[in-house]
Write a protein that binds this ligand. Structure first.
Ligand code: DP6
Length: 321
């Protein structure tokens, strides 16, 4: 018997950037995301004599395998299960070589396949808590559409909740890959460094405020308000890293930020976002996706590869004998 799970990645519109507890991955502030349909991880998990992790057809033995098996052993102790070994096969349908993070979909799929295989029948809330222990952003991939991850006081209180699983807002995301292969400072490392910023408390407050405002924008179906909130929050995250002497942004990332502004001045609602790397995302209305893509291809020419996505579903898991 083996268990399978499929989880989509998500784009944070209000970013998770800072932890109160590194081991438990308790965030310093709430975050809000959109689960994406185009990028996902599919994972097969079965009990085995030896631990083995195969990623995209290749056995992994280094750091990635270590992170996977230490995550699974933390789940075994969380659910008071006897020590076990696993054979895991994962396929990432995320353009990882283009520099897009896959930890959200990877750890959410892994937690869901584990829960299925061990017969745990976890609620979505418990699954979100379990996924969070692998990677913070994975807590949000449990649900589709717009998702809020509350900061929570302790581990049992820090989980994601759905806001609107099937968004009525007709929005699209255009990802701009500038070919950066691997980020020099991991998200975990970047978050740790950012906590020393004199602006860290302000950042926390801004995220709390932004989540409330974003929830309202979603409820009111206001794409422009949601876009403005997201762009402001992304700019604040990158200002925070800069205040600690490092940045993920390149000249091209900054050019993408000004492109969003130019498009707005021309009457096309378009907003910028960027995570812990130089690749960016442009949020727009579905009907404007072609206009935005054409402009991005014109401005960045051969420096860019574009990928588009819309709202995606939450995690699914099943067993096969
Ligand atoms: C910038 O979830 O990768 O994408 O919990 O340390 O694994 P760890 O961090 P991770 O961080 C994501 C950071 C971000 C913003 C976000 O997705 O909210």
């Amino acid at each position: 018997m083996a268990s399978f799970a499929l989880a989509h990645t998500n784009l944070a519109l209000v970013k998770y950037w800072g932890k109160e507890d590194e081991k438990l991955r308790l965030p310093s502030a709430p975050s809000l995301s959109l689960t994406l349909n185009a990028f996902y991880t599919k994972t097969k998990l079965s009990l085995s004599k030896e631990n083995k992790f195969v990623l995209d057809g290749r056995e992994e033995k280094g750091e990635e395998a270590q992170r996977v098996f230490s995550f699974l052993s933390s789940l075994l102790s969380l659910f008071r299960l006897p020590s076990s070994r696993f054979f895991i096969e994962s396929q990432n349908f995320v353009p990882k070589s283009a520099g897009f993070a896959s930890s959200a979909s990877a750890f959410c799929a892994l937690a869901a396949a584990f829960s299925k295989e061990m017969g745990l029948c976890l609620s979505k809330r418990e699954l979100s808590i379990a996924s969070r222990l692998g990677s913070g952003s994975a807590a949000r991939s449990v649900y589709g559409g717009f998702v809020l991850w509350r900061e929570g006081e302790g581990s049992r209180e820090s989980f994601a909740v759905p806001i609107e699983e099937k968004p009525s807002m007709p929005l699209s995301v255009l990802f701009l890959s500038f070919g950066e292969k691997k980020k020099k400072i991991s998200s975990s490392e970047g978050m740790k460094l950012s906590k020393s910023s004199p602006f860290f408390q302000i950042w926390r407050e801004e995220c709390r405020k932004a989540c409330k405002e974003a929830e309202k924008a979603i409820k009111d179906d206001s794409f422009e308000s949601l876009g403005e909130i997201s762009e402001r929050n992304a700019c604040q995250m990158h200002a925070l890293t800069l205040s600690c002497g490092f940045s993920y942004l390149s000249q091209l990332s900054l050019r993408a930020l000004s492109l969003a502004k130019e498009l707005r001045e021309e009457g096309v609602s378009c907003y910028w976002s960027c995570d812990a790397g130089s690749n960016c995302a442009l949020l727009c209305r579905k009907e404007d996706l072609d206009i935005v893509r054409k402009r991005a291809e014109k401005v960045f020419a051969s420096s860019v590869t574009c990928f588009s996505a819309g709202p995606g579903n939450g995690v699914e898991a099943w067993s096969e004998s």
